[in-house]
Design a protein around this ligand. Structure first.
Ligand SMILES: NC(=O)c1ccc[n+]([C@@H]2O[C@H](COP(=O)([O-])OP(=O)(O)OC[C@H]3O[C@@H](n4cnc5c(N)ncnc54)[C@H](OP(=O)(O)O)[C@@H]3O)[C@@H](O)[C@H]2O)c1
Length: 284
């Protein structure tokens, strides 16, 4: 058993599929208690049974929440707070890419809402539980696609032109900027925050899209790594004793790597925080 994992409680989003499912299964196998967050009850329960079978502690909970809907995120955070008095690890893993422009119940472009604003809101609503955790860690699953971003804070919520790749890249840049700003803000509390690129991974990612995106994913899939390989960096950041105290870094293949210049900008990180707290109505 990994000495860093027993009696630790980890919440992971997007836990029913791909990288999230493998991460949950492996952390449970190592001895962590798991809270799996999924948006679909049937898929979530099937995944919970899978993780339970591997779990050492048999402490595997399933909570439902849609990250694209702020009301749902608030309900989810309330449920977590009702059930648990602390949290040791938070993994913001859920994410998607959307072929055509769509908007959420709150009128926000879906990729930005799901991949950044929902996790921003959830994380902020769980900070007091993390402050009560032991050596707490936040892990944010980003992507090398952040290098395709064109970061204009006033063009994220309702972009004038829609490109799925730019919207996805912007959301993944936001994951790194958010992770870095969390690291700065939470350093006095001893909470670490890091981001990562999992690799190009054979999962359900992009499968819900029609047209060119789905075709692109299916053409390249034979060259992608397995979900087991894709989950390695998330598992490492969540559980490895080596990473204790390291914060504000971006990882690829379990090693720190320089993200883009925009991703290293403190100015962009602060601008994004201001925008996100205004849109999600989080006090900060
Ligand atoms: N696969 C890659 O090559 C790759 C590369 C770089 C980064 N990533 C990142 O890795 C993370 C995991 O992706 P994956 O490859 O494992 O893809 P996946 O198999 O499609 O898993 C994505 C997960 O996110 C969940 N999700 C999507 N929208 C959600 C919402 N509105 N509310 C709650 N959950 C939601 C999905 O739930 P449903 O099953 O209900 O849809 C699913 O559980 C993502 O953040 C992605 O950006 C992936």
């Amino acid at each position: 058993m990994n000495p860093a994992t027993p009696n630790r409680l980890c919440l992971i989003t997007g836990a029913n599929s791909g990288i999230g499912l493998v991460t949950a299964r492996e952390l449970a196998r190592q001895g962590m208690a798991l809270v799996m967050v999924c948006r679909n009850a049937a898929k979530g329960e099937q995944a919970r049974q899978d993780v339970l079978a591997a779990s050492r502690t048999k402490k595997v909970d399933l909570l439902l929440g849609d990250l694209a809907d702020f009301a749902s995120v608030r309900r989810l955070a309330g449920e977590v707070r009702n059930r648990y008095g602390h949290l040791d690890v938070l993994i913001n893993n859920a994410g998607l890419m959307v072929d055509q422009r769509t908007t959420t119940a709150q009128g926000i472009e879906t990729t930005f809402a799901t991949n950044h604003l929902g996790p921003f809101l959830l994380t902020n609503l769980l900070l007091d539980l993390l402050r009560k955790g032991r050596a707490p860690r936040i892990v944010n699953v980003s992507s090398e696609a952040h290098r395709f971003a064109r970061f204009h804070p006033d063009d994220l919520v309702a972009p004038k032109k829609y490109s799925s790749m730019v919207a996805y890249g912007n959301s993944k840049l936001a994951n790194i900027l958010f992770s870095n700003e969390l690291a700065r803000r939470l350093a006095p509390d001893g909470i670490t925050s890091n981001s990562l690129h999992p690799g190009a991974v054979k999962t359900n990612f992009g499968a819900g899209n029609g047209g060119i995106l789905a075709l692109g994913f299916s053409l390249f899939k034979p060259f992608f790594i397995t979900p087991e390989q894709g989950a390695e960096t998330s598992i490492h950041l969540a559980a490895s004793p080596e990473e204790k105290g390291r914060t504000g870094l971006y990882y690829v293949k379990r090693k720190p790597k320089n993200p883009s210049g925009d991703a290293r900008s403190d100015y962009f990180a602060r601008e994004l925080w201001t925008l996100s707290s205004r849109v999600t109505e989080v006090e900060s």
